[in-house]
Design a protein around this ligand. Structure first.
Ligand code: NAD
Ligand code: UDP
Length: 332
């Protein structure tokens, strides 16, 4: 079959929304290494200039403080739309803003892509599967989400964004790419981000009690950030007829109790375990089926949890010794 792939120019103008966040900053690094011109847009809601400080001032890197819920008029060849808080604590802090970021943000970035005929990738999420009744989750599964719960601002916002992407594709023939990202971890997660890997590592390094929500029997599948970024770039660079949605994540599945035990072992911590109530609608099991990514992108993760955690622990340890981080949500 003839491929619809058109060779992209070697050096492209690429917009990364949410570029000062955890994933966005690693994506900017990888795109900079590939020699592209970058425009990083962020409102610093959960991200920070610290994450991209090393890029500021470089001739190929432009930084813009902007909230994607407002229109943006720039020229670009490709858009990676990552802007959105990803940690349950932070996306539930201002749920209305979270939905606006997902939905108005998608409309604004799709409108921009349509005007300049840019290719656009959406950072969607495994949360579109909700508390899944199918395991592992394939892209054909429509999910089991609660439309009115505490997580809905994120889950339903991201589901609506996917709808918008596919409607722009069908109605306006936009080149779209939708990645369903599963739990990803690594250096530059914020220590107060509230997600499980950063919480457990910080608690372990400080010998504080490790907070297990519920029985700890719920599962997640953790992908190291470098693997995930390689998947996002492979998806953006894939032939035009590969729109997704495509699961990107590591299919090795662990219980939260197993994760705690591994982090205690790797840090040599004296932390005890404490139980806290399970947050509402917390998914009981999550594991990606990545057959589609393997086949369409020739992509699969290579970093084992133990290896990735060791690198992440080193990063947190180093930061702690240096005296820490800027506070989250200070707009810097
Ligand atoms: P993050 O919170 O570190 O990064 C999000 C970035 O978006 C931050 O820099 C934040 O300041 C910015 N942002 C938020 N609202 C904005 C707005 N209205 N306008 C402009 N910028 C805004 O989170 P992350 O882990 O880097 O996640 C990045 C993307 O990937 C998100 O869209 C998230 O939903 C998706 N995702 C991440 C994971 C994961 O495990 N890390 C899993 C699934 C999906
Ligand atoms: N969790 C936990 N202790 C913590 C933080 C999270 O037990 O300190 C649990 C949480 O209830 C969930 C899992 O770890 O079952 C992953 O949580 P996270 O917030 O990282 O991401 P989620 O996959 O739920 O969006």
């Amino acid at each position: 079959m003839e491929s619809t792939r058109t060779s992209p120019p070697l050096r492209r103008r690429i917009l990364v929304t949410g570029g000062a966040g955890f994933l966005g900053s690693h994506l900017c690094d990888a795109l900079a290494r590939a020699g592209h011109d970058l425009l990083c847009v962020d409102n610093y809601y959960t991200g920070s200039k610290d994450n991209i400080a090393h890029l500021i001032g470089q001739p190929f890197f432009e930084l813009m403080r902007h909230d994607v819920t407002f229109p943006l008029y720039v020229e670009t060849d490709e858009i990676f739309n990552l802007a959105c808080p990803a940690s349950p604590i932070h996306y539930q802090f201002n749920p209305v803003q979270t939905i606006k970021t997902s939905v108005h943000g998608a409309i604004n970035m799709l409108g921009l892509a349509k005007r300049v005929r840019a290719k656009i990738l959406q950072a969607s999420t495994s949360e579109v599967y909700g508390d899944p009744t199918v395991h592992p989750q394939e892209e054909t599964y429509w999910g089991n989400t609660n439309p009115i719960g505490l997580r809905s601002c994120y889950d339903e916002g991201k589901r609506c964004a996917e709808t918008l992407f596919f409607d722009y594709h069908r109605q306006h023939h936009l080149k779209i790419k939708v990645a369903r990202i599963f739990n990803t971890y690594g250096p530059r997660m914020h220590p107060n981000d509230g997600r499980v890997v950063s919480n457990f590592i910080m608690q372990a390094l400080r010998n504080d009690p490790i907070t297990i929500y519920g029985a700890g029997s719920q599962t997640r599948s953790f992908c190291y950030v470098d693997d995930l970024i390689a998947g996002l770039i492979a998806l953006m660079d894939s032939p035009d007829d590969v729109s997704g949605p495509i699961n990107l994540g590591n299919p090795d599945e662990f219980t939260i109790a197993e994760l705690a035990a591994l982090i205690i072992e790797l840090t040599g911590s004296r932390s005890s375990l404490v139980r806290k109530p399970l947050p509402s609608d917390d998914p009981k099991q999550r594991c990606p089926d990545i057959a589609r990514a393997r086949q369409a992108l020739h992509w699969e993760p290579t970093v084992k949890l133990r290896q990735g955690l060791a690198k992440t622990i080193d990063y947190f340890d180093e930061q702690l010794k240096k005296g820490g981080w800027s506070a989250i949500g200070t707009g810097r």
